[in-house]
Each structure stands twice: as C-alpha cells, then as structure tokens.
Design a protein around this ligand. Structure first.
Ligand SMILES: Nc1nc2c(ncn2[C@@H]2O[C@H](COP(=O)(O)OP(=O)(O)OP(=O)(O)O)[C@@H](O)[C@H]2O)c(=O)[nH]1
Length: 638
C-alpha cells in the first residue's frame, strides 16, 4: 500500500535529513583531511626552510673557523720553517751557541700569540733549547708520537699532534713540529706548542647562540677544543666520544658535510656542519642549536595549526548551523505533516459527523428545513411529508406558499428575523397550508445559521391546538347554549369598559331573566327546557349586533352588553328583544312553548366596575320582576 501524502512527506523529510547529515559529516572529514594535509605541507616546507637556514649558518661558521684555525696553524708552521732555515746553517748555530739558539727560539715564539712554547730537541728527543726551560727539569719527547713520526720520515710535512698534556707546563696543548735536518741528517725536532685554550679563545670571537657549540677535533675525532656559550659539559680534551650521526657523516664525507644529532657531550639537539682544516689533520664542527632555529618554526606551527583548527571549527559550526537549519526546516515539515494528518483526521471526523447529522436530519419524526432569503434550500422527508409535498418539491420554493395566509407569512417575517439576527431562536405557532389546501397548525422554531441562512424545525400541533381551543371554549362558554359564560362575560365586559372609558361611548349592561321557565321544565321536561334555552339564546344573538355580547350566567339568566348604542336606543332595542323572546318556540317533540323575559339595565359610567354594573342591572331586573315581569327597567342613572 502506498503511503498517504502526510506519511510520504514525513518519510521524504526524514530521508532528506539523513542525507544532509551524511553529506555534512563527509564534507567535514574531507575538509579536516585537506586542512591537515595543507598544514602538514606548509609546516614541512617551513621546517625545511628553517633547517636550510640552520645548515647555512652552521656551514658558514664551520667555514670561517676552519679558515681561522688553518691560518693560525699556517702561521705557526711558517715560524717553524723560517726558524729551521736559520738553524740548519751550521755556522750560524755554532755562532749562536746554546744560549743564542734559545734566544732565537724565544724571539720567534714571541712573534705569535698562539704559541705557548717553541723548543728544539736533539736527535735523541731530549729538549735542549727553547722557551720555558730555565730552572726546570728538561724533559725528553722521544716517546711522543710526533717525535717518532718526524724521526722516521725527516722529509715529512709539518706534524700535528694533539691534544697532549705538556710535560713542562701541564696544560693541554697541540703540537706542531718539523724535523731539523742538516745535510740529510736528522739532528732534532723543532716543535711549537699551542694551548688548547688559545683555540677556545679563537672560538669565543664568533657570535654563537646560547646552545650553539663549535668544536675542533683531530681527524680521529679526539676532542681538541670546544666552546659552547651556554656552559655545561664542555667535554674532556682528548676523548673521542661522538654521536653516531657525526661518526657516520665524517666516514661518508670526511672533508665537509652536515648532520642533525644530539651531541654526545651535552645531549643538546643541533644542526652541525663540519669542515676539514685545509692541510691539517683537524676538523672543525659548528653546531647550531635546533632550539634556536626551530622555536620560531614551532610558534609558526602552533599558529598555523591553531588557524587551521579554527577554520575547521568554523566549518564544523557552519555545518552544524546548516544541519540545525535543515533540522528546523524538517521540524516545520514534520509539523506540517502532523497538521496534515490532524487535518485529515478532522476531515474524517467532520465527514462522519455530517453523515450522522444527515441521517439525523433526514428522519421521519422531526420536520426540518434550511431557509435562505425566505426560500427553502433544503428540507427533510418529514418536512415534505408534513406539508404534503414529494421529494425535492419544496426546494427553492418561497415560504409564502407554505403559510396559511399572506398575513401569517408577513408576521413571521416581521417577528422572527430580528430575533434570529440577535442570536436568539424564534418560536411560534402558525397556521400552514398543505399542498392540497388543507390548513394545519405548526409550531415552528428557527435559529440563525451563517449569513442569511436559517434553520427551522416544524411540529404538527393541529390536534393539540384543536384540543386546546376546545378547552378554552369550554372554559369560557356555556355548554348548553354555547353562549359565553360568566368568565368570558366578565373578560369582555372589562374590555368593553376599558374601550368605553377611552372613547366615552355609551355602554349598557342588561340582566335578563326568563319569565315562567320553570313551568316549561315542569310541564315538558328538562330537555324541553334545555331546547327552549338554546332557542332563546339563538334569538338573542340574532337580535343583537356582532360587537355586542350575550352570555348565559345561570339557569335562565342571561347578561347582554350593548356597545356603541346611545342610551335612548336601549329601550326600543330591548323591547324588541323581549318581544322576540316572547314568541312561541316549537320544540323537536312537536310541542310549542312560550316564555317571557324581564330585563334590568345599568349604564356604564367612566369609573364603573364590572361587578358593580352587574349588581346594578340585577337590582333593576328585580324591580322589573316585581313590577310585573315582561318589561325592561332601567337602573337609576341609566
Ligand atoms: N331545563 C333546564 N332548566 C333549568 C336549567 N337551569 C335551571 N333550570 C330551572 O329553571 C328554573 C328557574 O327558576 P325560576 O326563575 O324561578 O323560574 P320562573 O318560572 O322563570 O320564575 P320567574 O323568574 O319568577 O318567572 C328552575 O326550576 C331551574 O331548575 C337548565 O339548564 N335547564
């Protein structure tokens, strides 16, 4: 079964939300990877740049130091060579003698601050001449490597040894030596000692960072001199403890190269460049602290990483905002869908109610109609049946055809619609006319609908109305003659008195009693008496005008109310009445009976009371009876 529109809307919204969430998560992951790659690439490039700068600086330092050391040693060697030149002249040596030779050496030694001492040995290695020998035991250097080397190969290049601890001064020194060869014969060794400290002082001239270091080592990597401005471990002279990277780099590229390592001496990370001291078995190592160079890189890395993280967070926030917006939209769609479902349920409920209502309205019991502009728009079966019409016959008919007369139609229109307009319901009993022309009484109840429309219910009350009218009639009429009884007489008399009081016209109240009636009863029976009473009643009605009243108020007693008749006309009218009553009456049984009548008359005054008038008329009647019956007597003032 395919889903209904609200359900399909809801599932579409849910699917859209899921898709949006997947898409946003994927987009954020991709963005994170891209940003991380970008940051990594930037930082690696920056690091390479910093490394290059560190290496450049280290190489510059190493190059300069190499030059300086080389220059120092070359100068020392130059002094050695020039001194040997002089000493190789036998005549000059003979001339100088021991003291002169020592003076010469002292003089030459003073030429270079680098030299701590300049001494000459004999062929056996015994130090004989030179600086620093006065007053101390003169040592032999025959066991020193540089002596052994020079003795074995007198044509050798300058010999560098070191570092060594001087046997004369006890300080650490480097030795630069050349053999004294005279006419092909080894006669001794001239050697200069250069204190290790001198090299350190040389290194102090360079502008090094706190954790930088510059080191001079022999080719076999023994430490000669080292300067690290930050202090700490400076390394023991002569030891060859080095990092693996240093050893490998110098094996791979003995004369120049670079490497990054933690120094074996102080364990600090450095980028180190090295150079062979040109012409000498020495290497200079210039190490630049990684801290010094990589601190700015780290700051840059931190900033770039933070910026990237911030950018990613912004992306995440934007994605979240988009998702929230989507979620809000989805919520709105949810609500719409829920509303649609609720609306559909409400429509279903309304349809059910309408069906129930239609079933209720279309019943046989209660007549109902919807009226618009006083024309029928809809009516149920009961309504049509009530008025004798077929199905649909009343549609669009004017209500005028349904009322018994035009006056009723207009009265209902006049009375009902203001009431309906005020929001109240209208109820009335009205005569209506069936299609076949017969009249029926209907109780109608109306209520306003929207606009001009109104809703009406109608109940047939013809029978009830007839019963009621019968009751009212019985309550107000004499059952024998059907004349008004005392109750109705008093009502009418009071009404006539009110009219008379306003109009000032004359009004006569006449008390009439039959003469000799009892004898009829006695002679012909009660029924004959009744028949006579009925005949008398009709005669009295016949003699009077429609506006006048004749009522039976007792056995053979009647009251007449004469209106709009001038007092002078009362006697002739009443005389004529009495005369008419005196005429014989033929009964159904064939008998002919005859009675007379006496009348007492009272005239109404402006403040007259009904009972008082009746009493006055009664008194006048009594007088008429006393005076011989069959006559009309006017009460005083009448
Ligand atoms: N047939 C008949 N007789 C009635 C009815 N009501 C009262 N009567 C009688 O009417 C009579 C009235 O009495 P009276 O007025 O004295 O009779 P009367 O012969 O007319 O007397 P006067 O008035 O003096 O002439 C009584 O006998 C009542 O029984 C009635 O409804 N039908």
């Amino acid at each position: 079964m395919s889903p209904s529109p609200p359900e399909s809307l809801w599932s579409a919204v849910t699917a859209k939300r899921r898709k949006l969430r997947r898409w946003l998560i994927l987009a954020n992951l991709v963005a994170a990877v891209l940003l991380a790659s970008l940051v990594l690439s930037v930082l690696l490039r920056a690091k390479a740049s910093y490394e290059a700068r560190a290496r450049d600086l280290a190489e510059s330092l190493a190059a300069v130091a190499q030059l300086n050391i080389g220059s120092e040693l070359s100068q020392v060697d130059a002094v050695l060579r020039s001194t040997l030149q002089d000493l190789s002249l036998p005549r000059l040596r003979a001339l100088l003698g021991d003291a002169g030779t020592t003076d010469l050496l002292m003089h030459r030694a003073s030429l270079l601050p680098a030299m701590e001492g300049l001494r000459l040995t004999d062929a056996e290695g015994q130090v004989r001449w030179g600086t620093g020998l006065a007053g101390v035991p003169v040592p032999s250097v025959s066991d020193r490597d540089y002596f052994v080397t020079a003795h074995g190969s007198p044509d050798a290049q300058p010999i560098v040894s070191g570092p060594l601890q001087s046997r004369l001064t006890g300080m650490w020194v480097m030795v630069v030596a050349r053999p004294l060869v005279v006419e092909g014969r080894f006669e001794g060794l001239l050697y200069a000692t250069i204190p290790v400290d001198h090299m350190v002082q040389l290194f102090r001239r360079y502008e090094l960072g706190l954790h930088d270091a510059i080191t001079l080592r022999t080719d076999d990597l023994r430490l000669v001199a080292r300067h690290a401005p930050g202090g700490g471990a400076q390394g023991e002279v002569g030891l060859a403890a080095v990092s693996t990277q240093l050893r490998e780099a110098t094996q791979r590229q003995p004369t120049a190269g670079w490497f990054v390592s933690r120094a074996a001496i102080d364990n600090l990370p450095r980028t180190t460049a090295y150079r062979q001291v040109a012409g000498w078995p020495l290497k200079v190592f210039a190490g630049v602290s990684n801290e010094r160079f990589f601190e700015p890189w780290r700051e840059q890395a931190l900033q770039v990483s933070l910026t990237a993280a911030l950018a990613w967070l912004l992306l995440v926030a934007a994605a979240f905002a988009i998702f929230r917006f989507g979620a809000r939209e989805a919520l709105a769609m949810d609500q719409l869908a829920a509303q649609a479902v609720a609306q559909r349920e409400a429509q279903q409920r309304i349809a059910a109610l309408l069906r129930e209502q239609a079933a209720m309205l279309d019943n046989d019991l209660v007549s109902m109609a919807r009226v618009s502009g006083r024309a029928i728009r809809w009516s149920n079966v009961a309504f049509e049946r009530l008025l004798g019409y077929g199905p649909g016959e009343l549609n669009d008919q004017s209500m005028a055809v349904l009322y018994a007369d035009e006056a009723t139609f207009e009265r209902v229109g006049r009375e009902a619609y203001p009431v309906l307009a005020s929001g109240s319901s209208y109820r009335s009993q009205v005569p209506m006319r069936r299609k076949d022309g017969t009249v029926l009484w209907v109780e109608i109840t109306g209520a306003r609908l929207a606009g001009d429309d109104s809703f009406w219910m109608a109940v047939d009350i013809t029978a009830a109305k007839a019963a009621h009218e019968q009751l009212v009639h019985v309550a107000h009429h004499d059952p024998l003659t059907q004349l008004p009884n005392r109750t109705l007489l008093l009502q009418r008399l009071r009404h006539s008195l009110a009219v008379q009081a306003r109009s000032g016209t004359a009004l006569a109240v006449c008390y009439l009693d039959l003469d000799g009636f009892k004898g009829i009863n006695d002679r012909f029976g009660h029924d004959a008496g009744d028949a006579l009473l009925v005949a008398v009643a009709r005669r009295m009605e016949h003699q009077l005008r429609p506006g006048d009243t004749v009522a039976r108020i007792g056995g053979d007693e009647f009251v007449l109310v004469l209106t709009e008749l001038p007092p002078e006309a009362w006697p002739p009218v009443l005389d004529r009445l009495v005369d008419a009553l005196r005429q014989p009456v033929k009964l159904e049984g064939g008998q002919t009976v005859q009675v007379g009548a006496s009348v007492g008359v009272a005239a109404a005054t402006p403040d007259a009371d009904a009972h008082a008038l009746l009493s006055l008329a009664d008194q006048a009647l009594l007088r008429a009876k006393r005076e011989g019956k069959g006559r009309v007597v006017l009460a005083a003032g009448a």
